[in-house]
Design a protein around this ligand. Structure first.
Ligand code: TYD
Length: 137
């Protein structure tokens, strides 16, 4: 979505089923999420302080969750930048397509879980920020 802005991102409070023996959070396509999940991937073994994910997607939308630990997500629509800090497994950041994103400030041992609307497709990536700015204009 070329016209998306950083204000189309939403922090989603996911259901949390509490038990003294541990909590469960379940995420269903088209229920808690405004899209169907085609792929799940997760980042792990990220060294503390490392940065990742300087790219945009033309079509893919996603939910990003700090399944463990914490990190920052910097979202950029070509005009405005917003930073979200994720640190709870029952809080997700919904990101529509068409936004530049970077992840940084990973705590050691953190896990970044991503629920994505499409299978992996390199053609869907924009990996150059100046190309992204041109594509958005
Ligand atoms: P990439 O999305 O570029 O990660 P980041 O932007 O966080 O550094 O992916 C890194 C590598 O992993 C790249 O070679 C593509 C590969 N990859 C897959 O094969 N399948 C996937 O689902 C993902 C997310 C990445």
């Amino acid at each position: 979505m070329k016209a998306s802005t950083v204000f189309d991102c939403n922090i989603l409070q996911l259901p949390r089923i509490y038990s003294p023996a541990g909590s469960i959070t379940a995420v269903n396509s088209n229920k808690e999420l405004p899209f169907s999940v085609e792929r799940i991937y997760y980042l792990f073994d990220v060294p503390g302080g490392e940065a990742r994910g300087g790219h945009a997607h033309k079509k893919l939308c996603q939910l990003i969750v700090a399944a463990s630990g914490s990190f920052d997500i910097i979202v950029d629509d070509g005009n405005v930048r917003r930073t979200f800090h994720l640190s709870r497994p029952y809080i997700g950041l919904y990101m529509p397509s068409g936004l530049w994103r970077e992840l940084d400030n990973f705590s050691s041992g953190s896990i970044c879980l991503v629920l994505a609307s499409t299978l992996y497709d390199e053609e869907d990536y924009i990996r150059d920020y100046s190309v992204f700015k041109e594509w958005k204009s």
